[in-house]
Design a binder for this molecule. Structure first.
Ligand code: F6R
Length: 606
């Protein structure tokens, strides 16, 4: 949930760390800090707010430092202020931390007889614990090993000791950490974005691994046995982590959706043929049931997939929030496939759900964007989303990639289960270029969404209603709107509205209806009219074919109409339009679009 970086090398550590922290700011941005050494003595500087505040504060220090550690925080324990900001220092130990120490109260009670704590954080307690063991042994690796056995929870630590000022140590469990070397420069970071301007090659740390960087990198497992690591290579480019002329990452990433389509088609369905899908996704004939698990938007793609899987492949599909799945009673079923969806591949609840499913002997498939992330590595099978680095906190292109992969999977399942012929499947797959064309047209026509946004951005609340797959799309559209514009928005199953919630409808309240399924369109339309009768303004989001039926009715104030493609793919351009709408609403409101308040991109804590 926080971003961490350590550097030792030939450049000014302050500059490398600040640029790394800026790249990691999407992981947390309520305070930041750095510890850097000049002539063997460490200075610690911390600031509340954005990394740019820290950068300004550091600008007066012109001394060159070649080693240091930095942190950008998303507060868990303790307010976002300077005292609680990292790095924390106790005794001779200074560290930065991403994760949560679950037993910190217990540890603190023991350690407070020896140490005085200044902050409210769990991290300071971990720092004291490591310092305690570092004072008992001259071997810092032994001290870290001992500390690991005492800490429950999740952590990626980067640590320096006053009596070894030229050495960086790091260790991790349940929070990601990568290590890289370019010439005589060494980097430790939460993810590749922090160091991509120097290198795209890196090592991944596994659970419990401990590393030491002096004039080389030494890797150890949790038993301190030296280990070798495989060098990984990030296949994207620096452009992935730059705005490339756009005002925000979010709008850049919505435009990247065209690249996502290209990547997915090229890698998974180059011949627009079912055999491509069979080869790249595998076979699923042995399963009688699918459970999809994810959080937030990833959960919403799961919800959309449930309808696609059930409507077309006739396979029973459950969708669960990972935070719920992990605490419910699992009934092991060899014929059930557990599908984990995650952009980051590090979301704590989804990762734990995966481990629980595996512990119950069930097969797992993950749909993940970040290569070699924990969820990707630990699941039995993985399908990568190929969306490239996503920086804006609100997901757009990764959601779209997940939804496209799930739509393709539903086509494959329908074929395997005899619900579609090979010819029907291939006809659907041949519609993929139409999907790209439709998205391009939507992106070329941004002004349309801008104009609607200009009219509605002063609203205080809105509803999104729909049925079946449309309801799943409403969930995502509504989340996108509220998380970046702070307009209170609810997604509701259209038929459920009159069981209580309709009492909230007031004059001029916006009710958006997503209506794309012919057979149930009249039902949702009549639910929209029920709100109209209570004074709402209606935004009708529909397909060209259905719009013809309702055009003359003239009950709507705004419309978003997409071209018909086929029932598996229509949902994708709908989402792009609503992502654009949310973006422009937030833009008119002047909100911090890429870094909405209280949020962080990668939720590696419970
Ligand atoms: C919303 C959003 C979040 C994530 C959720 C899961 O725009 O981005 O709801 O979808 O935190 O994250 P991942 O997909 O990384 O597991």
């Amino acid at each position: 949930m926080c971003g961490i970086i350590g550097y030792k090398g030939m450049s000014d550590a302050k500059k490398v760390i600040i640029s790394g922290l800026k790249a990691l700011e999407y992981r947390g941005y309520d305070s930041s800090g750095i510890a850097y050494s000049t002539n063997g003595k460490y200075k610690i500087v911390k600031m509340q707010g954005k990394v740019s505040n820290l950068e300004n504060k550091l600008s007066t220090d012109t001394e060159i430092s070649n080693i240091g550690i930095g942190h950008t925080r998303w507060a868990t324990h303790g307010k976002p202020n300077e005292v609680n900001a990292h790095p924390h220092k106790i005794g001779k130990t200074t560290l930065v931390h991403n994760g949560i120490i679950e037993n910190y109260v217990e540890l603190k009670n023991k350690l407070k007889e020896i140490y005085t704590f200044k902050s409210e954080t769990d991290t300071e307690v971990a720092c004291a614990l490591i310092d305690y063991y570092a004072n008992k042994s001259s071997n810092k690796l032994e001290a870290l090993k001992k500390a690991q056995t005492m800490i429950n929870g999740s952590y990626a630590f980067v640590i320096i000791f006053d009596d070894e000022p030229e050495t960086i140590y790091a260790m991790r469990k349940n929070s990601p950490l990568i290590i890289a070397q370019k010439d005589n420069n060494f980097y430790v970071a939460s993810d590749i974005a922090a160091i991509l301007s120097y290198t795209n090659k890196y090592y991944l740390l596994d659970q419990g691994d401990i590393i030491k960087i002096d004039d080389k990198i030494s890797f150890y497992n949790s038993e301190l046995t030296p280990i070798n690591k495989k060098l990984e290579e990030y296949s994207g480019t620096l452009n992935d982590v730059m705005k490339n002329g756009y005002d925000h990452f979010m709008i850049k990433e919505i435009h990247d959706e065209l690249i996502v389509y290209k990547n997915i088609i090229r890698s998974y369905i180059p011949n627009f043929d079912i055999t491509d899908l069979e080869k790249n996704f595998g076979t699923f004939t042995k399963y009688e049931k699918i459970t999809i698990v994810g959080c937030g938007s990833a959960y919403h793609t799961g919800l959309a997939a449930k309808y696609l899987f059930e409507n077309y492949a006739h396979i029973e599909t459950n969708v669960e929030m990972a935070s719920e799945y992990r605490y419910r009673t699992i009934i092991p079923n060899k014929k059930e496939l557990i599908v984990l969806i995650s952009q980051s591949g590090e979301t704590a609840d989804t990762l734990e759900a995966l481990r629980i499913a595996k512990a119950n002997g069930m097969d797992t498939l993950s749909i993940v964007n970040v290569l070699s992330s924990s969820i990707a590595r630990e699941s039995d099978k993985v399908i990568y989303c190929l969306a490239g680095c996503e920086i804006a906190v609100a997901t757009t292109k990764a959601y779209l990639a997940q939804l496209l992969i799930l739509s393709l999977l539903s086509i494959l399942l329908s074929y395997e289960r005899g619900k579609l012929t090979k010819e029907e499947v291939n006809n659907y797959l041949k519609d993929l270029p139409k999907l790209q064309k439709e998205t391009k047209e939507i992106l070329d026509n941004k002004k349309y969404y801008q104009d609607i946004a200009k009219d509605i951005y002063k609203d205080h609340e809105m509803f999104f209603i729909g049925r079946n797959l449309d309801y799943a799309l409403c969930m995502e559209a509504s989340l996108k709107m509220k998380e970046i514009s702070y307009i209170h928005s609810e997604a509701y199953a259209a038929g459920e509205l009159k069981h209580g919630t309709i009492s909230l409808i007031e004059k001029n309240m916006l009710v958006a209806g997503i209506v794309t399924i012919d057979s149930i369109a009249p039902k949702t339309i009549s639910n929209l009219k029920e709100t109209l009768a209570r004074g709402s303004n209606i935004l009708l989001v529909t397909t060209k074919k259905l719009f013809k039926d309702y055009e003359k009715d003239n009950f709507y104030k705004y419309t978003i109409v997409v071209n018909n493609i086929n029932p598996f793919f229509e949902c994708l351009p709908i989402i792009t339009t609503l992502q654009l709408l949310s973006y422009y609403v937030a833009l008119y409101k002047g909100e911090n679009i890429d870094q909405p308040r209280n949020l962080a991109k990668s939720v590696t804590v419970e």
